[in-house]
Every structure is written in structure tokens, then in C-alpha cells.
Design a protein around this ligand. Structure first.
Ligand code: GDP
Length: 869
């Protein structure tokens, strides 16, 4: 500027009309005569000072809030096409950058936050006051402001919106870009305020794009909510004064434009808003309530907390627990983990499902007198079975016609004075098994005492059982037909145990009977009914049926069959039953006479078909309104049962039977007997059961035929029982389960040995010095006949080691068929002393020629066991 000397020259240098400059000079207090007047350096400084001052006065209005710079560059690249020829492609890059003062952004951000808050509050209010039919669709109230604001907003705001939108993408507004004069960027920046207003008039493509967007939005929204406002311009006028709403729009648009992106033109505003909310980062972490059952896997926990399973595993590691995602975690661990991850654990109410069941189980209707349920008890051979048979013969068969009498575990007799239900399983086992399951089945105990034998140990035991069950006793002095019968001896014997007859001043009825001749049976029935009358046994036959399982079995043709004694309500054909872990619809109901009936009232025993499996005697059976619920509860019980089984820490051991007995407590030794034949199973079961003493009782849980399988092992775990294998062996899965769960398994081949050992265990004398240990098992894959050795079993050693000099057993289907020694053990025609697992060998069994393919050869040794262990 130093070479400028006249006003004219200065005006052209500044690009200002001469008159405008003269005016400015005048206002600045510089006196000049005209365009040709010279102008000094000091005058120029004075003018600059004036101009600066003038500009600073109007800062508020004139300084733009943002500056947009646009740049376009061209280049060329060489590309080769599929034909291998190259071609040149022109590239045009358009850049647009908008500068906005930080203070402006902050201000906008604050406004946006405030707006978002208000919006949230509004939405909260709406949600709490109105029922949203479709949660995807915003309510009319929340759309309204957006709708009107969009169309009414000032063009200035629209430009602003465009500029922001374009910041994200390379602008499509070619026209606008063409107006850009690159060399004058700085100057343009200074004059932006003016240019912006120009662009408003020009109606840039961006602006019209926004309009499109706006009207799209408008149309979409208005179609649903405001059919009367089709034109955006119309609503513009009507709502213009609504300053608050206008402000709100500004914020909405500033927010939403981030997401409009390339499809700004097509995407309705509503969608943009939805997205905005979708991306809104929660200001506080979401605390979830995590319901924790007895056990839960890491994967399930992850799902409940809405986190990745890997995250849970990582957290567990931090807690020092190495777990896979499918590994079940115990409740305590799960609680700690959930708390650690910032959520709220909630323990699952164990019997919540059961509780809901019980709620509907309340007894409905008037209670009417019901038949008493009687169990016959007494010493062995005193005539329990005979008495039950006698009553059944005389009362059931004669009383009903039609069906064939069958054993269903209980039967009902009819007499003129009333009905009585007899539990058809004599003895104490069934009674105690039911009681152990918490089932109160028996109302009255008929104590059978043989008049020729008097009070015996099991008579006393029966008295104790009856007392424990709080069931009154009616004494049947049996075998009075016998000449040597002495009823008074019985009375005396029982009086010694506080069972005093009415004649002797007590309150117990004594009835002399003969199961053989039938004498006194009617009197016995009368006495039972009298006892029942005093007890005022009542039940309602209305409402949901409830009962107890007396026995169950698996029938080849019918499937699972169970006898239920209905205790309240009426059981009907078609009802959905839940019992223990089994469910099912009652497909058929049969009485003890084999008659099919449609419904059973309280105290009626019925055999039902239709259950999913065989429930246990003593299991409660209830009718559930819906099948799904029944299954749900059954599954819940199943999982609980599994957990309980696994939770068992101390499996029963024959040796340490007395280790944990408290003084004065009767220890019960539970046995599961498996034998090669039915006769052995029965003999063992009876002999072992008779070993019961005052201190310890033997309870045979099951006595069956066949190899020991996994089910037996599981049963042993559940019942804390010892398994006795008589000439049978455990199969592979059972052996694995035995090792895993530490079940005590004893093999015997001589009944006497089994009895002897159990006897010693019962008296606390068992000091096992030698124990058999199976060291190897080979499977016979082929049998060769050798003139020298006879039958040679071409075998594969599948477990352990086969030793030439150890005793062996030959097993067929896990049943011992031969016991002896090896005659030869060969490998590749060479005699060897031992062969290890995974190796083939030839085995010759001494004095046994009947070995077959599929047999197993078991090698064992007798090892000394330290009794202190
Ligand atoms: P439980 O072991 O108590 O069931 O006794 P049982 O019913 O099996 O009877 C044992 C034995 O006593 C059988 O041989 C019966 O025949 C016999 N018995 C049962 N009741 C009578 C009876 O009233 N009179 C006679 N003389 N024998 C009877």
C-alpha cells in the first residue's frame, strides 16, 4: 500500500467504490478534496483505525458464527481395464469444511442436552399416562413439535443445517460450489454474512434437499397424525410464534443431521430421531436383577446380565474360578459374580412353583366321612399276608362282580357299616418308605400277632412305627384256630409295651382272628370302623384331586402303571397328574377288581395308566390344571434331584457305617442287591434284612437280577446305599459312575460271605483285611480251538492289566459264569506274564471250554486293606 498516493488508487486497491471510500474518509475525519487528492500514510492509518472500530461495534451482528471453506481439486489416475488396456480417469475432489466457534458448539450442546432432558421427561410422563400400543411408533405428542418446527423454521436455520450435513459428506450442491472463488477465500470468509443471505435467495440445492427431507417427514408424519396439515408452508405461518418449539427443532435437527448422512433426502426425520435414541449412550449403567437358581451356567448368567459369555468367564477368572461357559456354577459363586459385575442377584424361591401349586390346592367343598386307610404290620410269619388275602377274598371278590382281582398295592373293602382301604403291602418297609417320603397314608395300623408265638422283635418294631406315625393300633390276635394259641400271652406281651387292651383297662381293641378259617374277620372290620369313627376321618371329594403313590411298575404293554390312593378331591380320567418327577394325563383308571372307572373319590386306591415314568411309593400325586405347568415343575424337581445327588459328599461305606452315628440313634444300612438269578436276589435280600439289630437296621432298597448299571449306582448315591453284586458285575458306565461318586460296591459269590460281612458291619465289627480289587478286564473277540489248550479266547485288554497268575472270572452280560485261573496267556504265540490295556492276546482259561465271543475275562487280586483307613 506504500505506493498508493491518491484516493482513487486506494479505492481500487481495496475494491471499494470511490464514493463509498470518500464517505468512509469523511466519517473517519480525514479531509480530502476528491478522487485525485493525495492521501498520506498517516491518513491511511487513521482510516484503518476507523474501519476497525466500526467493525467492532457491529461484531454481534456481523461476525458470522461459522465459516465454510470450499475447495475443489482435480487429478488423473491411470487404470487398467479387463482387456489389459489402461485408461485415464479424471478425478474431481470437492472438499467443504465449515468452521464454527467452540463457544457456539458448547452453547448448542448445552441446549441440546437441556432439550433431551425435557424430551425424556415428557416421554416418561407419556409412558406413565398412556398405553402405547405400538412402542415402535412415537406418540402424537412427541411428534407434534418436530412436525411443525421443521416446516416453520427460518431459512437461516436451514442453511446452518445444510452446512452441518455437508460437513459429513462431500457436498452434492454443485451450484453452490461453483460460486466459490478460491483465491478470495479469506475475503469471502469475512464477507460470509452477506453471502449467506444471498444463498438464501438463491435457494441452494442443499436447502431444497432439506425442504424435501422436511416435507417427506411432514408427509409421513402428517399422514398418520395430522391429516389437516399437508402443506409445510401453511403450518410455517401458523406456528411461527412458538419460539420454544422452534428452538427445540434447532436442537433436534442439529442432532439428527449427524445421522442423516447420504440418505438425508430420503430418510424421514422420524427415523433419524429413532436412530438418535438408539445410539444414545446410557448415562448410568443398567442394573439388572438376575434370578439365580440353585445352579446356573456362565452362559445363562451372561444372558441374564445381557453381557457376552466371555465377559462372565473373564470375571470368573478374576475371582479365581476357571470355568467354561457351560459349566454349572453354584449359587454362592453366581451371587458373588453378579454383584461383582454390578448387577443385583435375586435368589430363586426354591419352591415357588410348588407354592403356586399349593395355593390352588386348598380344599374345596364340604368334608365328608371317608374310609380309613389301614396298614397291616407284625412279625414275620405271624400271618400278615394271610390276613390281607383273607379279607380281600371275603370282601372284595364277593362284593364286586366283573373284573379279575389283581394286586394293585391297595384295595377297598365294602361292609354295611362302611368301607375300609387296606394297603396291600404287608410289612414295615413299604410303610417306612412312604413315611420317609413324608407321606401320611396310614390312618390305622392293624398289628398282627400270632397267638401261638406272642410278641416278637418285629412286633415291637411295628408298635414303634405306628407310634412314630401317630397311627392308632388295632391288634389282630391271629391263628386262634391253632390249639396251641394263647391270646392272653399276646395281651400280656403287648401290655409290656404299653399296648393295653380295652378289657385290661386300656384303649386298644384286641380282636381274635384266624386268617386261615376266617373267624373274627368281620369283628376286625367292625373294630377298624369303630376306631375310624372315633378319629372322624373326613375329606372333601370336591376340588383338585390329591393323593399318594402306593406303588408303581413298568408294564410291558401299558407302560408305567401306578397305584394312587386318592386322599382329597376326585381324580378323573383325563386329569393331568404330577407326581414326584413324573407327569401325565390319566388315560385309564382301574380298581383292584380290574374294573375301569371314570372317577375316584378320597380313600379310593386306583391303578392309573398314562404317567411319563414310574414314581416312587410315597410320592405325592396332584392334579395340575395345565400340562405345561406340570412338566415345568417335574423338570424343576428333576434338576433338583440331580443337584442333590451330586451334592452328596459322603457315600455310604460298609466299613464306616458306625462312624457317623449319634449315640442312641438307629443306623440304617441301605442296600441295593443285584444277583445273577432271582432266587439269589431274594435269598440275599431276605437274609440280609433279617440281620437288623436294635442298633442298626438293614433296608434293602432294591433286589434285582442282572449286571449293575448306572441306574443302580445313581440309586445308591441318592439313597446313600451300598451295592452288593452277587455273581454279577458293574458295566462300564456303572464302573465309571462308581469311581466318580465313590459308591461302595461289594462283589460276592457266596451268600454266606455276604451275610457275614454285612453282619459284621452292622455290629460295628467289620475290619476288612482283604479286599478284592479288579486289576484288568479283557474282551473276548474271537475263540480258537487248540488241541493243546482247548478254547483260546482271542481277546483285547480293555482295562488295566491281565496277569497270568492272578485269579480270574469269566463274565457274560456282566454276570459271573465262571471263576478260576488262567491256563495260558500269550501274545504272538509267546507266553507272557502280563498284557496291558489296548493290547490283543490269547487267553486260555483253566478247566473252562465254554468261553464265547463277547464274554469278558476279569482279573483280580486280593489286597490287604488297612482297617484304620
Ligand atoms: P407273614 O409273613 O406275616 O405275611 O405271614 P404269612 O401270611 O405268610 O403266614 C405265615 C404262615 O402262617 C403261613 O404258612 C400261613 O399259612 C400261616 N397262617 C397265617 N395265618 C394263619 C391262621 O390264622 N391260622 C393258621 N393255622 N395258620 C396261619
Amino acid at each position: 500500500m506504500s505506493d498508493v498516493t491518491t484516493v482513487q488508487q486506494l479505492a481500487s486497491a481495496m475494491g471499494t467504490p470511490i464514493n463509498h471510500l470518500l464517505e468512509q474518509l469523511y466519517k473517519a475525519g480525514i479531509k480530502v478534496d476528491g478522487g485525485n487528492s493525495p492521501i498520506t500514510e498517516s491518513q491511511k492509518s487513521q482510516l484503518l483505525l476507523y474501519l476497525k472500530q466500526e467493525r467492532s461495534v457491529g461484531t454481534e451482528l456481523k461476525v458470522p458464527k461459522k465459516i465454510t471453506l470450499k475447495r475443489r481439486s482435480y487429478s488423473e489416475i491411470q487404470v487398467s481395464n479387463s482387456g489389459g488396456r489402461s485408461k485415464r480417469v479424471n478425478i474431481e475432489i470437492r472438499k467443504k469444511r465449515t468452521y464454527i466457534k467452540r463457544s457456539v458448539i458448547l452453547e448448542q450442546e448445552q441446549e441440546r442436552l437441556a432439550e433431551a432432558k425435557t424430551e425424556r421427561q415428557e416421554r416418561y410422563r407419556e409412558e406413565n399416562s398412556t398405553v402405547v400400543n405400538n412402542p415402535q411408533e412415537p406418540q402424537e405428542n412427541s411428534i407434534k413439535p418436530i412436525d411443525t418446527q421443521v416446516v416453520q423454521d427460518s431459512p437461516q436455520e436451514e442453511t446452518k443445517l445444510t452446512a452441518r450435513a455437508d460437513q459429513v459428506e462431500a457436498s452434492k450442491s454443485i451450484e453452490e460450489l461453483e460460486q466459490v472463488n478460491e483465491p478470495k477465500e479469506q475475503e469471502l470468509a469475512e464477507n460470509l454474512g452477506i453471502e449467506k443471505s444471498d444463498s438464501q435467495d438463491n435457494k441452494s440445492l442443499s436447502t431444497s434437499a432439506l425442504d424435501d427431507s422436511v416435507s417427506n417427514s411432514k408427509n409421513k408424519v402428517s399422514k398418520k397424525n395430522k391429516p389437516d396439515k399437508d402443506s409445510p408452508r401453511e403450518s410455517n405461518d401458523t406456528d411461527k410464534e412458538n419460539k420454544k418449539e422452534k428452538h427445540s427443532y434447532k436442537e433436534q435437527s442439529l442432532n439428527s443431521d449427524k445421522f442423516i448422512g447420504k440418505n438425508k433426502k430420503n430418510r424421514p426425520k422420524k427415523a433419524a430421531l429413532t436412530i438418535k435414541h438408539g445410539f444414545e449412550k446410557p448415562s448410568t449403567p443398567i442394573i439388572r436383577e438376575v434370578v439365580i437358581p440353585q445352579t446356573i451356567t456362565a452362559a445363562e448368567l451372561a444372558q441374564k446380565m445381557a453381557v457376552k459369555a466371555a465377559e462372565v468367564v473373564k470375571h470368573l477368572m478374576r475371582l479365581g474360578i476357571m470355568a467354561t461357559i457351560n459349566q454349572a456354577l453354584d449359587r454362592d459363586t453366581a451371587v458373588i459374580l453378579v454383584e461383582d459385575m454390578g448387577h443385583k442377584p435375586k435368589l430363586l424361591e426354591e419352591n415357588i412353583l410348588e407354592l403356586t401349586l399349593n395355593e390352588q390346592q386348598f380344599i374345596q367343598g364340604i368334608k365328608k366321612v371317608r374310609a380309613p386307610v389301614v396298614t397291616v404290620m407284625g412279625h414275620v410269619d405271624h400271618g400278615k399276608t394271610s390276613l390281607l388275602d383273607c379279607i380281600r377274598r371275603s370282601k372284595v371278590v364277593s362284593g364286586e362282580s366283573g373284573g379279575i382281582t389283581q394286586h394293585i398295592g391297595a384295595y377297598k373293602v365294602h361292609s354295611k357299616k362302611g368301607d375300609i382301604t387296606f394297603i396291600d403291602t404287608p410289612g414295615h418297609a413299604a410303610f417306612t418308605a412312604m413315611r420317609a417320603r413324608g407321606a401320611k397314608v396310614t390312618d390305622i395300623v392293624v398289628l398282627v400277632v400270632a397267638a401261638d408265638d406272642g410278641v416278637m422283635p418285629q412286633t415291637i418294631e411295628a408298635i414303634q412305627h405306628a407310634r412314630a406315625a401317630e397311627a392308632p393300633i388295632v391288634v389282630a390276635i391271629n391263628k386262634i384256630d391253632k390249639p396251641e394259641s394263647d391270646p392272653d400271652r399276646v395281651k400280656q406281651g403287648l401290655a409290656n409295651h404299653d399296648v393295653i387292651s380295652e378289657e385290661w383297662g386300656g384303649d386298644i381293641q384286641f380282636v381274635p382272628v384266624s386268617a386261615k378259617t376266617g373267624i373274627g374277620i368281620d369283628n376286625l372290620i367292625e373294630s377298624i370302623l369303630l376306631q375310624a369313627e372315633m378319629m372322624e376321618l373326613r375329606a372333601s371329594s370336591e376340588g383338585t384331586a390329591k393323593g399318594v403313590i402306593i406303588e408303581s411298575r413298568l408294564d410291558k404293554g401299558k407302560g408305567p402303571v401306578a397305584t394312587i390312593l386318592v386322599q382329597s378331591g376326585t381324580l378323573r380320567k383325563g386329569d393331568i397328574l404330577l407326581t414326584g418327577i413324573e407327569t401325565g394325563r390319566v388315560r385309564a383308571m382301574l380298581t383292584e377288581s380290574g374294573l375301569e372307572i371314570e372317577e375316584a373319590i378320597p380313600s379310593t386306591p386306583v391303578e392309573i395308566i398314562g404317567l411319563s415314568g414310574t414314581p416312587n411309593a410315597g410320592d405325592e400325586a396332584i392334579v395340575v390344571p395345565d400340562e405345561r405347568k406340570a412338566r415345568e415343575i417335574a423338570e424343576f424337581r428333576q434338576s433338583k434331584e440331580r443337584e442333590n445327588k451330586l451334592a452328596r459328599q459322603h457315600p455310604a461305606k460298609l466299613e464306616n457305617m458306625f462312624n457317623e452315628v449319634n449315640v442312641g440313634e438307629t443306623q440304617v444300612l441301605h442296600l441295593i442287591i443285584k444277583a445273577d438269578v432271582q432266587g439269589s436276589a431274594e435269598a440275599l435280600s431276605d437274609s440280609l434284612a433279617q440281620l437288623s439289630t436294635d442298633k442298626a437296621r438293614v433296608k434293602v432298597i432294591t433286589a434285582g437280577v442282572g449286571g449293575i448299571n448306572e441306574t443302580d449306582v445313581n440309586l445308591a448315591v441318592a439313597a446313600n446305599a451300598i451295592i452288593i453284586g452277587f455273581n454279577v458285575r458293574a458295566d462300564t458306565s456303572a464302573r465309571r459312575a462308581i469311581a466318580e461318586k465313590g459308591v461302595d460296591l461289594h462283589y460276592y459269590s457266596i451268600i454266606y460271605n455276604a451275610i457275614d460281612e454285612v453282619k459284621k458291619a452292622l455290629t460295628g465289627m467289620l475290619e476288612p483285611e482283604y479286599q478284592e480289587s479288579i486289576i484288568g478286564l479283557a474282551r473276548v473277540d474271537d475263540v480258537f480251538r487248540s488241541p493243546k489248550f482247548g478254547a483260546i479266547a482271542g481277546s483285547l485288554v480293555i482295562e488295566g492289566v491281565i496277569r497270568r497268575n492272578n485269579p480270574i472270572r469269566v463274565l457274560r452280560d456282566n454276570i459271573v459264569i465262571f471263576e478260576g485261573q488262567l491256563e495260558s496267556l500269550r501274545r504272538f504265540k509267546e507266553d507272557v506274564q502280563e498284557v496291558r490295556a489296548g493290547t490283543e492276546c490269547g487267553i486260555g482259561v483253566k478247566d473252562y471250554r465254554d468261553v464265547k465271543v463277547g464274554d469278558q475275562i476279569e482279573v483280580y487280586e486280593k489286597i490287604k486293606v488297612d482297617p484304620t483307613l
